[in-house]
Design a protein around this ligand. Structure first.
Ligand SMILES: [Fe+2]
Length: 200
């Protein structure tokens, strides 16, 4: 059992449904907690892909899309300063700030093998699937002279089958996450390339 296991299944309070940080407060939290620009970019990319998925694939209303976006933006906010206690610290912070329970539960679900929380809702399942795959797609773009502009799904697929490339990315976890979300690698990789290529 990972020492990061949260050992709980309930997050936030239903009384806080609909409460989110304002976009500027969410960004200042990120800037304050995450000095590493590359890690901030990762969270912004996951956030953009989550929001786009909610709107395009789930037909989400504005508030729901903002929840998906905010969960993506803050999911690793405590990683840099509190690696041993990731993601307990950000969860407790958002509970203290009375944030919507769906957002907190989603963040708690982004790594079932690491935090011991099973993704339940579609939002939970998608953050799990998008998280590592987004980082992987970005790594695959960075080594190309033209970055995202001519990056194709098949080239990312080839990298996935090359164990030495981005070796720290767990291919089994990606496959597990996609299985839970009912998606193929190709489907989600194509969507991620499209929606994170212009995020800065
Ligand atoms: Fe992440």
């Amino acid at each position: 059992m990972s020492e990061r296991f949260l050992n709980r299944i309930s997050f936030g309070s239903p009384a806080n449904t609909g409460n989110l940080l304002s976009p500027s407060s969410a960004l200042s939290l990120l800037e304050e907690w995450v000095p590493n620009e590359r890690l901030r970019l990762h969270m912004k990319q996951v956030s953009a892909v989550m929001k786009a998925w909610a709107i395009e694939k789930e037909g989400a209303d504005e508030l729901t899309a903002r929840k998906w976006e905010q969960a993506g933006l803050l999911h690793d906010a405590d990683w840099e300063k509190f690696p041993e206690a990731h993601c307990r610290i950000i969860i407790e912070e958002l509970e203290k700030r009375n944030i919507d329970p769906d957002v907190i539960q989603c963040i708690a679900s982004h790594g079932p093998a690491h935090f011991g929380v099973e993704p339940v809702t579609k939002m939970d399942k998608m953050i799990y699937a998008i998280d590592e795959l987004s980082g992987f797609v970005h790594a695959a773009a960075l080594i190309r002279p033209n970055r995202y502009s001519d990056l194709e799904v098949k080239s990312v697929m080839k990298r996935l089958k090359t164990p030495a490339f981005a070796a720290q990315v767990n291919r089994e976890e990606i496959a597990d996450a996609l299985g839970r979300a009912g998606l193929t690698h190709e489907e989600l990789i194509g969507f991620i390339i499209e929606h994170q290529k212009d995020v800065s």
